[in-house]
Design a protein around this ligand. Structure first.
Ligand code: NDP
Ligand code: 8X3
Length: 251
């Protein structure tokens, strides 16, 4: 398969890129930090597929346009788009969120996802096949305090996926959402709390979380189903997180 993964410089995107490359696929990793992508590609000696990389800021329409024109030939055979790039900024009530932060979250998690997906669809339609997998979250179906913007952005991902599957009916293109609960040891919390290591660690203390590789395995399972099977949504929680807002460490 030819696989395009956004936000592949870290966490779930990186783990998914490495896993699919290890399974023999050609993966084009994109994100804003090109140097980081290059390091991942160069340090992955055990890969049997191929790890390519390019710079892409999904929140910037001109970056998407330039990417599509640079990679037009490669995109002609794209089999899988993993819309993984995303972030939360802070965990404060809405009135304490800056306009810049609100815009950045929505421009990355929602508008960027829509814009890149829209750009990739014609290539998949031309071949009557393809798969678009987007990272939702349990935060997209269960609200939590301080999550107004992030939860709304992930709720949008769920609805985008469900409508898109209908738009693309009859084209052979599959559309899925992966909705994880808490995944530790990515940069998600560090980004959310602006580099405050103490605050970033706290949400994951005292119970068993998931790892980026756990989620990557789920993504791989979805995309390696036969072409006539479309997993609509896969919700994946740590055993110690029985619901989006409940943590129950093993007694
Ligand atoms: P990370 O912070 O580790 O990874 C986020 C990735 O997104 C980075 O590679 C970053 O790369 C990229 N990114 C951010 N902004 C942009 C942009 N404008 N354009 C392109 N790439 C961008 O977080 P996770 O791996 O944890 O999160 C990945 C996805 O999974 C997100 O959508 C998140 O919402 C979702 N998720 C995470 C959960 C968790 O508990 N961690 C749970 C449920 C869902 P760069 O900075 O190089 O651009
Ligand atoms: C990320 C999960 O609960 O940390 O989507 O917001 S949570």
């Amino acid at each position: 398969m030819k696989v395009l993964i956004t936000g592949a410089s870290s966490g779930i995107g990186r783990a998914t890129a490495l896993l699919l490359a290890r399974k023999g696929h050609q993966v084009l990793m994109v994100s804003r930090r090109k140097q980081r992508l290059q390091e991942i590609a160069e340090s992955s000696a055990t890969v049997v597929g191929e790890l390519l990389f390019d710079e892409l800021d999904v929140s910037d329409v001109s970056s998407i346009t330039a990417f599509v024109s640079r990679q037009g030939e490669w995109l002609k055979d794209v089999d899988l788009l993993v819309n993984n790039a995303g972030l939360a900024l802070g965990a404060d009530p809405l009135e304490q969120n800056s306009t810049a932060d609100i815009s950045r979250v929505l421009e990355t998690n929602v508008i960027g996802l829509l814009a890149l997906t829209r750009a990739v669809i014609p290539f998949m339609k031309a071949r009557k096949s393809g798969h678009i997998v987007s990272l939702g979250s349990v935060a997209g179906s269960t609200p939590y305090k301080g999550g107004t913007v992030y939860c709304a952005s992930k709720a949008a991902v769920h609805m985008i996926t469900d409508c898109l599957r209908m738009d693309l009916g009859g084209t052979g293109i599959r559309v899925s959402t992966v909705s994880p609960g808490r995944v530790a040891e990515t940069e998600f919390s560090e980004v959310r709390f602006a580099g405050d290591a103490e605050k970033a660690r706290k949400p994951y203390e005292g119970y068993r979380t998931m790892s980026a590789s756990d989620v990557a395995e789920s993504i791989a399972w979805i995309v390696l189903q036969p072409a006539h099977i479309n997993i609509q949504e896969l919700v994946i929680l740590p055993t110690d997180q029985p619901s989006a807002t409940t943590l129950e460490p093993l007694q």
